[in-house]
Design a protein around this ligand. Sequence first.
Ligand code: NAD
Length: 362
Amino acid sequence: MPNIPAPTLHRLAVLTLQCMGSAAAEAEVVAKHLIRANLTGHDSHGISVLPMYVGIWQAGRLVPNQPLRVLMDQGALLLFDGGRGFGHRLAEESVRAAMRRAREFGACVMGLRNSSHVGRIGGYAEIAAAEGMTFVAFVNVADFPYCLAPWGASEARLGTNPFCASIPGEGGDPALLLDFATTTIAYNKARIALDAGRPVPEGALIDADGRPTTDPTGFIVDHTGALTAFGKHKGSGLAILCEALGAVLTGGQRGDEPHHTAILNSMLAIVIDTSRFAEAAALASGLGAVAASIHGARPVPGVADVLLPGEPEKRAAAERGANGVPVSAADWARLLGLARELGADAAAIDELAATVPQSVIA
Ligand code: NAD
């Protein structure tokens, strides 16, 4: 599998997004979040989603250059509508607006409803941490076939509804960043497993009859069966709360409303100016003590290090930033072909293609 430098992937994403009509600034922001997902090890939300975005855009369910529409502005409470615009841009803008209010009022509760896919939620937590903000987000997924079987059910009734919470550390990095789909594995991880001809982990999927399976074919191709919730009734409950807080409270589209194969995300985010609660030195000392305690725990056999939430992503970003992002030869060819099909500048695409030696791809 070739390792492609992040700037090469970023450039290809920008060219593709501009062909979809995105203005340069929007294409840059969306590409930044996609490639950050790759860098942090979440390829499921990286550049490989572009063909899906093109399909949704061609169906008229993703609208480039959509402005953030203000629905409610009451100081520390904000509500925006995304109008099916590019979610990465709208989520970043709305989180930045909430951060300005948190700076002013100490905290802000912000709703963003009905944007297209916002991708990796942790990207917004990182933006918040860079300015000393604590961040919590409940997100729902709508306008997409059901994915998650609630605890005790043999069929799906919810999206992969992600949850994210983070607290900033020193130097603008999150000290802790927990960010996950409430399904045992993210939907796109099942898709990647199918493309690679691999089974999904045991316990992650049930088939159309509610029986455990590791074969993602029926789930991805026919939308039958369901992903299980992580953590049994607890993850299932959190997924339901993501639906209620992310979509019902904000007035966003619910997963149970008529859907297509597009994606709408609605999010309720709580942004807190951390410095109002804790002095920097006390916070650093407390978080340092928690980290030392966790890191000092004796690992079980087969585990090298006991990690904090957010550490796997930091490690991946360091490694992939230095060595490039592994992209399968088939995906690389598909992404170059897609950009060409959409009419991207041929010379620019040839130049990007030439950066990966044929010997690596063959
Ligand atoms: P995952 O199962 O890889 O879990 C990631 C979380 O677990 C991170 O916080 C990570 O730091 C932590 N973690 C992982 N291994 C760890 C270890 N060994 N020790 C300690 N902590 C560890 O993530 P996922 O469920 O596959 O989700 C992947 C991404 O998909 C997330 O970024 C999520 O936001 C995104 N997502 C987005 C949507 C959407 O609609 N926009 C929907 C679902 C998921």
